[in-house]
Design a protein around this ligand. Structure first.
Ligand code: DX5
Ligand code: ZN
Length: 227
């Protein structure tokens, strides 16, 4: 099973005072998923936003809101994200004492279920929950900040997830997050990623529409079967 690559602009690097406009610019450039980084200052050393901002975004775009929870005790907040209008919610393996229960809670709230692993966490730790998830997010930087350098070992993890998907006959999407830019996007697509999160490369400089368009073109090119 393969999926056409999709671009998920991460608003972490956007101008938060003009979020609706920034999301629209990225959408015009071909972004089809809005990646929303939620940080609590405990699980990661940074603080961003919570359900009120998701609620506002919900009114500003029809694109799916992909909420990446980098927080401790996600169970306490999943209902609030559902109420705010989140479409996809992913939680970190490293933050969940009872991961199966947390993933089930997301599903019970009618949202797409995602699980995330940090650079130091092996893919094999997820085998027992893979049948429950809509997407697996491979962190290709340590979570907490935009604009960090891509960790090359992530490519092997993406490829491993692709192999497992075929072997197990599953249909989850493979998402990559961190350091995805014009230099790295072809390699992540060739490894098997189909949901491409990009923050700094879309919003960090220049025109988000042109940046998104260029990234997506490079991803689509990399996805073509080689001659
Ligand atoms: C980092 C966040 C990412 C971040 C990626 O913890 O999860 O979504 O926005 O930023 P870039 O694309 O700038 O590496
Ligand atoms: Zn993220």
């Amino acid at each position: 099973m393969t999926f056409a690559p999709e671009l998920a602009p991460s608003i972490l690097s956007a101008d938060f005072a003009h979020l609706a406009d920034q999301v629209l610019l990225a959408e015009v450039g071909g972004g089809t998923i809005v990646h929303v980084d939620v940080m609590d200052g405990h699980f990661v050393p940074n603080i961003t936003l919570g359900p009120p901002v998701v609620k506002s975004l919900r009114r500003a775009t029809r694109l799916p809101l992909d909420c990446h929870l980098m927080i401790e005790n996600p169970d306490e907040f999943i209902p609030a994200f559902a109420d705010a209008g989140a479409d996809w919610v992913s939680v970190h393996y490293e933050a969940c004492r009872h991961l199966h229960r947390t993933l089930q809670l997301i599903a019970d709230h009618k949202m797409k279920v995602g699980v995330v692993i940090n650079p130091a966490t092996p893919v094999d730790f997820l085998v027992d929950v893979l049948p429950m998830v809509h997407h697996v997010l491979v962190m290709s930087v340590n979570p907490g900040f935009g604009g960090q350098k891509f960790i090359a070992n992530s490519l092997a993890k993406i490829a491993h997830l692709r192999t497992l998907r075929a072997e197990l006959g599953l249909g989850y999407r493979i998402e990559v997050d961190g350091g995805v830019d014009l230099q790295t996007i072809a390699s992540v697509v060739q490894a098997g990623a189909d949901l491409l999160v990009a923050g700094n490369a879309v919003f960090g400089h220049g025109d988000p529409t042109a940046n998104a368009r260029e990234l997506l073109a490079a991803a689509r090119q990399a996805a073509l079967p080689s001659a």
